[in-house]
Write a protein of this length. Sequence first.
Length: 106
Amino acid sequence: MAMGNAAAARDDRVLVIEREFNAPRAQVWAAWIEFNHAAHFDGPPGHPMKSMRSDLRVGGRWRNVMRHEGKELPQKGIYREIKAPEVLSFTFAWEESDGSRGPETL
């Protein structure tokens, strides 16, 4: 928690989300980076994951597509920090219909 507070003091646009899972660290890591796991983990009910593309390296890009009521909901970002299986930091933006990025929200 202290790290999150220090980050917030340097830049008020930082969002730190922490959550504890009753699962081995490797399993939680896989839930974020492997389609077979992420498809069950990412997104709210009724928004199944259609596809997941990931260049898992700092500076690499990721793109996921969820579906809801027949509509595709693409999202994408760039990996900022990776320390497997402890840290996965990335940007997040909804992809607009013209391919541009919406505002980054994570």
